[in-house]
Ligand binder design. Sequence first.
Ligand code: SF4
Length: 438
Amino acid sequence: MSNKTYKGKKVAFFTLGCKLNFAETSALARQFEELGFERVRYKDVADVYVVNSCSVTAESDKKSRNMIRGAIRRNPHALMIVTGCYAQLKSEEIALLKGVDYILGSAEKMNMIRYVDNLKKSEEPVVAISGFRKIEKFFPAYSFGDRTRSFLKVQDGCNYFCTYCTIPYARGKSRNDTIANTVAKAGEVVQKGAKEIILTGVNIGDYGRSTGESFIGLLKALDDVKGLERIRISSVEPNLLTDEIIEFVASSKHYMPHFHIPLQSGSNEVLALMKRKYKRELFAERVEKIRSLLPDAFIGVDVIAGTNGETDAFFLDTYNFIRDLDISQLHAFPYSERPGTQALKIPHVVPVPVRKERVQRLIELSERKHRLFCERFLGETRPVLFESEKKQDAISGWTDNYIRVTTDWDKNLANKIYHAKLESIDETGSIKGKIITG
Ligand code: SF4
């Protein structure tokens, strides 16, 4: 890589999908800026466009293609680089799009600046994709945009191969950096001014797989990072969310009372078809354990409706199981067939309209649960980390237990934690707060 500078050159990024992708785009953008590039918005004219794609559903594939075409129309002379899960899984589809220069798989994503050497467009797209079993290197990354909250990548890849999922094929085997290096990255983020870090990855509970360390070990080490006020754990598999982790979060200095746990189905028959590593009884135990130590905790749950094999009876099982769970909110998704997954071989395909109808019922259930959860805290005072954005003369932020609170705009509140009394809730579920003390 020559030590050229690209002063006056513009780069623009478009990121689809998960928090991990946003952390990686943020890290890539910092590499480009170190080379002298100016970062511009994706809808502006740039010399280099980067799409960090997603392939979790057919819809995300389509959106990735639209974003690529849009940039090529905006500046046909610009260098067009495509990376991310769609690139790793379907490079041949992307190669058909005229104007694409580089298609970089997961193993090459973070080496991107090596490919921009002379900004010269290539006749044919250069495809740098290695087989998923060869995706082994861990690249650290963190997002740093609004100065308040940062997604810190602590783990990548997955060895679980749930039957409906393509992520192991897109991101490779489970791996991570050492606890020491991860703590150093957290320190870097704090130095930049972030008050809250969200631990992000593909299967973060599996942290330690490539270094012989443990997730609980990482959690304890991060709790001692100087100046770090808040830590949130993004999503942890139920079978990896141990009593020790829940007890540690309950007794820790900086971990927020907030858990996100993928359930995917409330029917043991469907969980078996998905090759998930637990039964619903374990999931209910995890929720009870959290509630016993952290009664105010926010518990978010992922569920997929309409996977192959999910009969009406199994869906009703799921619905009733979730109805009776003391959780705060659901993220409900319709099943989307993914090429190369085992789920395609499972008989009994659920028609798409039925999948959507099931998701709608779950969303309505979630709205009722979320409103009940928020109403529980009306009249209470909770710590809120206010973000810096001014919207309609108001400023908002998240409480410790992940309730969105809005109050009158005051620039002195930005990127600070203030105690706010949760005063009222409007028809959209948005909570109005009154500042009590610093
Ligand atoms: S745990 Fe299952 S659903 Fe999650 S990324 Fe791994 S294979 Fe996919």
